[in-house]
Design a protein around this ligand. Structure first.
Ligand SMILES: *Cc1c(COP(=O)(O)O)cnc(C)c1O
Length: 232
């Protein structure tokens, strides 16, 4: 048995401490609980302990939980790889997508977002370590992708997301995250005031402190909240 309440308190304390060390308010940082592979029942518990935003990677699994938990009006974030044939259901069921890795995917989500829903909040996934195995825009592709996506009427481009390579110490963790922070500052310099990007989705269980120091606004925490995942 895991102690869900204890885990959530511990993660909130870590966020609080990191934020105060770098003179930020933890209110400006959303704790996104990554609930892939976890049951609807487990999510329900987390909601009782004050979590409202959940991140999911696998569409079919997510749709089931979204429907089961409909009455709770939660914020569902899609954070996994996106295949073209899955965009419609993503557009119809989520309020955020963090993992846009091609302009074409953004265009499909824009076309398929139902007119009666609010704009879909999206982040571009950036491959900050330039890893061949990882999806996401390369650093030098981001500015032109922003230009193509920012005016799509049914999307709200909010910022960038990254999954850096694993590092075990604070300074090494900060380095790639700092690249994403500098990138958003640079892109924002070229955007009108009404279009500024306000979201850096970075930081997971092992590097959330480093992410807070580098101005993360959403941290995505799975195992330190729900316990270790079964390898799948
Ligand atoms: C699984 C996952 C997380 C959570 O990782 P933990 O190390 O369990 O906190 C965060 N972001 C993405 C994109 C993930 O797939």
């Amino acid at each position: 048995m895991i102690n869900l309440l204890g885990n959530i308190k511990r993660v909130r304390n870590r966020l609080e401490n990191a934020a105060s060390k770098c003179k930020r308010s933890s209110k400006d940082i959303t704790l996104l609980a990554v609930s892939k592979t976890r049951s609807a029942q487990m999510i329900r518990q987390a909601v009782e302990y004050g979590i409202h935003s959940f991140g999911e990677n696998y569409l079919q699994e997510a749709l089931q939980k979204i429907s089961e938990l409909q009455s709770l009006s939660l914020d569902w974030h899609f954070i996994g790889p996106i295949q073209s044939n899955k965009t419609r259901q993503i557009a119809e069921n989520f309020s955020w997508v963090h993992s846009i890795d091609r302009v074409k995917i953004a265009c499909r989500l824009d076309n398929q977002r139902p007119a009666n829903m609010q704009k879909l909040n999206v982040c571009l996934q950036v491959n900050i370590d330039n890893e061949i195995s990882k999806s996401g825009f390369k650093m030098d592709e981001v500015e032109s992708a922003v230009k193509e996506i920012i005016d799509l009427p049914n999307l709200q481009l909010r910022g960038f997301m990254a999954i850096p390579r694993y590092q075990d110490n604070f300074d090494a963790q900060r380095e790639p995250l700092a690249k994403l922070r500098k990138l958003i500052d640079k892109v924002n310099d070229s955007l009108d005031n009404s279009n500024k990007l306000d979201t850096l989705s970075m930081g997971m269980s092992s590097d959330l402190e480093a992410a807070v120091f580098e101005q993360a606004t959403i941290v995505r925490v799975g195992s330190d909240i729900f316990g270790n995942r079964e390898p799948n």
